[in-house]
Design a protein. Sequence first.
Lengths: 267, 64
Amino acid sequence: MGIAIETSLDTSPLVIGGREFRSRLMVGTGKYKSNVEMSRAIEASGAEVVTVAVRRVDLNRANEEGILNHLDPDQFFLLANTAGCYNAEDAIRYARLARAAGFNEWVKLEVIGDQETLLPDTAGLLEATRTLAAEGFNVMAYTNDDLITALRLEDAGAVAVMPLASPIGSGLGMLNPYAIRTIKKRLTVPVIVDAGVGTASDACIVMEQGVDGILMNTGIAAADDPIRMATAMRLAVDAGRLAYLAGRMPRREVAVPSSPLTGMIGT
Amino acid sequence: MVNGAPRELERNSTIAGLLGSLDIDPRLVVVEHNRSILRDKGTYESLDLKDGDVVEIVHFVGGG
């Protein structure tokens, strides 16, 4: 099929923190109706990086199954997040707990500033990034689409900066393509758009801005058919990446004919 | 305190004993004892729990 050929036309692999990743699509594991559905959707997405959250074991539910019963750590790169943390101290604590699980020294760092919008607390985010980077973590920092914060996160030692397309779980798609393009142009570290992608066209448009990848969860998990949507997202990320590499035609506000103007009969 | 709730334990209880009594596989969890992460699982056997200790037992769950 053409997909494999098309993907091979993307000659630059995604490299973050010195590690090469095989897919530019990263996916979350939350909100699925069942673990079986989650496993199948992740497989369909082709993602290598899979995010997980750190939470208390529910002591009242005997034999409750953690996510590791449904995700093979040898097959996927487990990226722990600090979702739900509202200050640097908590985020650092969660990152350290995740590292102690023994899979890797990476963290998708979230320091949330507001419960309603889930927008990041950028001061706390910078503080936690500095601390964790100094401790040897590879920090992928979830942030808003503000260039200055993105630059400061890079300076603070983040191995990737993850601006939002729109708020977490909103499915609104990319609200500010200009801001995303500006961040991508100015940063040296990879830019992975995180949050807000609602359907395949959103993913495609995000990748057409030239960013290095996308992380999504709800866009797949909350679809009527998450497995189909995961497939659509995989194709859309590839399509958007290829379109970016191909270089789009200039926009014009007047028509330009595609067929020859000469050789018309009756002239 | 274990995961935010008071819990009575036998004298000379260890983390290993606590996990065992809760039917938790130590390989699938991370344990924090009085804000200190037990990275060396050997301490699960050696550390004696005392009155007023705060234990957090966490694991990975679905998230984005």
